[in-house]
Design a binder for this molecule. Structure first.
Ligand code: NAD
Length: 328
């Protein structure tokens, strides 16, 4: 059996750690090892990897994806890259975009360059639906042009296009995923769902942007990881795959569901000034990954949300210290 040595960047974050836990878990493939490369920024949390720390197929390297010498060493020792590492919070990118350009653009470039030197390497680049911009009706197929609006989305679009350029120019086996808004356990409590749940569990108000009518498609973390694995194992080089969950909700509708799940009323909501440049609606067309790779989201939104609320209720020691770290 050939073993695929996978380098997982950003594997101490929300989605990357779930990917690694799934990969090395009882239902994961047996033919893989996983090395996490993570800088452990405010969003990286070693505790997210506790479940796999004892596995002889797991290793951890604390480091920066912008470090070319480190990337060179690691790419020489791995066959595949699943690249999650990024600055990921839109609000922070509005306050200051330096770290976003550095990590998301330069860091991706450093990894692609190292992959090219040490190929053959399958390079799965984790992008986002935010690269498409905003859409008032219908859904984006992968062929739609990228029209990012926030600095976060623009930095992600840059890295997405750079990754595809390494395929077209150099023939590197790059595969890009563009997923919608993720939710689930272990998400840093600055993102809307865990922020609202943890505030409500602490009897604190939740901030709702503008008129609350911005619409997002919600994707459970299990389904996102399923989609990424399909792309890694069966996707085609040079191709982009949208991954969505199929539940579109306005922020106001989402807030109503979270209030209900936490036994709170609308008096716990404070309406705050809208986010600058707030995209109105995201919606991905997932026909390609469904028909080509057999992707199907399995988590029904209501039970996924209930499970997420329960997890935060039961894991105060995980999130309490992070609430302080989230302040900026
Ligand atoms: P996250 O913020 O929870 O995790 C990011 C991880 O990257 C952290 O562990 C952090 O320490 C690490 N990191 C940051 N800068 C680094 C650097 N310079 N070198 C090495 N490691 C570094 O983010 P997430 O929500 O898990 O998102 C993971 C990826 O998925 C990102 O690329 C994001 O753009 C993409 N994505 C996220 C969503 C979502 O809803 N969260 C949706 C679609 C796509």
């Amino acid at each position: 059996m050939t073993t695929n040595r996978i380098l997982v960047t950003g594997g101490a974050g929300f989605i990357g750690s779930h990917y690694v836990r799934t990969l090395l878990g009882p239902d994961g493939p047996r033919d893989v090892t996983a090395t996490v490369l993570d800088k452990l920024t405010y969003a990286g949390n070693p505790a997210n990897l506790d479940a796999v720390r004892g596995s002889d197929r797991f290793s951890f390297v604390q480091g920066d994806i912008c470090d070319a010498a480190l990337a060179d060493t690691l790419l020489a020792e791995h066959d595949q890259v699943v690249h999650f590492a990024a600055e990921s919070h839109v609000d922070r990118s509005i306050a200051g975009a330096d770290a976003f350009v550095r990590t998301n653009v330069l860091g991706t470039h450093v990894l692609l360059d190292a992959a090219l030197r040490h190929g053959p390497t399958t390079f799965v680049h984790i992008s986002t639906d935010e690269v498409y911009g905003s859409i008032s009706e219908g859904s984006w197929p992968e062929t739609d042009p990228l029209r990012p609006n926030s600095p976060y989305a623009a930095a992600k679009a840059s890295s997405d296009l750079l990754a595809l350029a390494y395929h077209r120019t150099h023939g590197l086996d790059v595969r890009v995923t563009r997923a919608s808004n993720n939710f689930g356990h272990h998400q840093f409590p600055e993102k809307v769902i865990p922020l609202f749940i943890t505030n409500l569990l602490d009897d604190q108000q939740v901030p709702l942007y503008g008129d609350g009518l911005n619409v997002r498609d919600w994707l459970h973390i299990d389904d996102h990881v399923q989609g990424i694995e399909l792309v890694r194992t069966a996707g085609r080089p040079g191709e982009v795959y949208n991954i969505g969950g199929g539940t579109e909700l306005s922020n106001k509708e989402l807030t109503g569901l979270l209030l209900e799940a936490c036994d709170a009323g609308w008096d716990m909501v404070s309406y705050v000034e809208d986010r600058k440049g707030h995209d109105r609606r995201y919606s991905v067309d997932c026909t390609k990954i469904r028909t080509e790779l057999g992707y199907e989201p399995h988590t029904d939104f209501a039970s996924g949300l209930a499970g997420t609320v329960t997890w935060y209720r039961d894991h105060r020691p995980w999130w309490e210290p992070l609430k302080e770290r989230a302040a900026w």
